[in-house]
Design a protein around this ligand. Sequence first.
Ligand code: HEM
Length: 380
Amino acid sequence: MNDRIRRYHGIAICLHWVIAILILGMLVVGTYMVWLDESSPFRYSLTQWHKSFGIIALLLIAWRILWRLTHPPPTLPDHLQPWEKRAAGLTHVALYLLILALPLSGWIMVSASPLALPTFLFDKIPWPHLPPFDKLPNKKEIALLFGDIHAIAGYLLMLLLVAHIGASLRHRFVLHDEVMARMSPKAADGRWIAGARSTFVAILFIIGGLVMYGYSGRDSVPLGAGNSKVRFGFTVQNQALEGSFGESTVEMLIDPDNPAANRLHATVNTAAVTTGNSQVDSTLMGEDWFDPDNHPRAIFDSRELVRSEENSYSASGTLRIKGIARKLSFPVTLTYSDDKQVASGSFTVNRLDFNLGRDSQPDDETVAYQVTVKFEFEVR
Ligand code: HEM
């Protein structure tokens, strides 16, 4: 009986199951991570893993589609009704389109993001942004559009998977036919289908190697995270004022063995701005200033944390306030006090670069353009 089953090729079978596992994982992790608070370092890390595995999925999906185009699948069993064959064919085309659309839209969304954060697969391997999306003038709208496409394609795929898995289970447990066995990596006698096991081992080896490479050298990494103090100084009518953000988180990674993996990611809750003067605070919460209702976070992200002296680094990255991203570089110094290691630094920005007070204070007669930001956090 088994010998008469018209099966898929071992490579197609292996790709089917590896991609299926990857996609299910991506759907679960993707849906979960967008529920998390935008400032959560855990969300940030999950998104990086999501992107890495998404690109792996894209490469495997491209291989699967090329294989499918060059190796016609076995014909469906003769006892299936014409409508069943048509439904199966249509579902499969839609599945291919969606599993291709998902990683591609994710890649485009990240490429067009105005934040222009570089992508590193498994934290180490640089992955390019997809041209021309990284250079378009209307990047922000493109990134939002493809973010929506990514989410909608995810939900459509979930629906289609229910139909696909339901139909497969119907064949296996209701019709008791061989349709599901055609995609099984093992024959009824327990032997692997030719090509399935070796392809599976090779893919597992490559993915496992990449993950381990991504983690390698982490033992020697001092990880800085947790509570941070972010203060800012500005001048109003020639009088120096100070303020701070009550809530902020920092994630800092320094890997002496692999400086390319160094990073600094800081998030500030803009609604937690305080100067000690309630009138100034309510002005800063306004639409013309930090506008926390529409822009709850200010984010700095650096992938270039280069050691300049014994305890000093130069951080270059992107500061994003009110959706406006600007490149920035400043020194970060590590000092020891009371058995604690503290990272600190400061930089100056022009408030108009981020549309802060653009309507109410367009010149610097009352409120100076320059704002000095000082930060400090404990390195664990
Ligand atoms: C088979 C591959 C993939 C699947 C099944 C998948 C699935 C998902 C899902 C379901 C979400 C949640 C969407 C929402 O509800 O808003 C998501 C979010 C996301 N995906 Fe993917 N994804 C894939 C590949 C990729 C790739 C290749 C990238 C980038 C290189 C990527 C980048 C992102 C990002 C950045 C988000 C979060 C967007 C946000 O923070 O709002 N994804 N993904």
